[in-house]
Design a protein around this ligand. Sequence first.
Ligand SMILES: Cc1cc2nc3c(=O)[nH]c(=O)nc-3n(C[C@H](O)[C@H](O)[C@H](O)COP(=O)(O)O)c2cc1C
Length: 216
Amino acid sequence: MMADLHDFLRSRRSIRRFRPDPVPVAVIRRILKTATYAPSAHNNQPWRFAVLTTTETKNQLAEAMAADFRRDLEKEGLPEADIAARLERSRRRIHEAPLVVILCMDAFGTNSYPDPKRQQAEMTMAVQSTSLAGLQLLLAAHAEGLSGVWTCGPLFTPETVRAALDLPAAWQPQAMLFIGYPAESPSIPEHKPLEEVTLFLLSQVTSTPVNFENSR
Ligand SMILES: Cc1cc2nc3c(=O)[nH]c(=O)nc-3n(C[C@H](O)[C@H](O)[C@H](O)COP(=O)(O)O)c2cc1C
């Protein structure tokens, strides 16, 4: 059972190609509800979700983001053919995802402190809390046989996203999650060895590396 859960967590993949099948509303509600059980600093629950499934709403978002994206790419001096290709890909990804969730943060309830360092840390905590809800949403989707991918476009153009979807002024777009039934099965990306990303400051006096794999 515990091993199954580890396998489940490790088998989540970023999926970028979806079958056109719509995601039932009951499933959408269930995965969003589960996302809201993520931990959050001060239990502030700063996550907000804008949920898009219709062609019309996706179009509004795709066109608004494409206009900003074009401006950025032109500034970078990219040739027109490359710009057109990248804009087309960006539009296509929004349209091909049966479910698009704009993950936002409302940091309004975040505690305010006169100390700017403390205040900055509180903001970081709100971003971290929102991200945890995003991961929980992807995992809840995975539990439903859905897949998804986290994309960061809205971070570069938050005002445009907010205006295009008429989001509340306090909602700060953080990410765009594409979710649907998978139409690809990419191989597992390489993962850095545990030893590379971990400093084991354990109390045991031992020269044998601790093998957590064996504890499964
Ligand atoms: C903060 C963040 C931003 C990401 N931005 C993008 C993105 O803009 N486009 C994209 O295709 N994938 C994006 N990804 C997905 C990563 O590429 C993916 O998680 C990574 O390659 C590992 O693959 P896996 O999720 O299948 O384990 C993002 C992931 C995170 C956590």
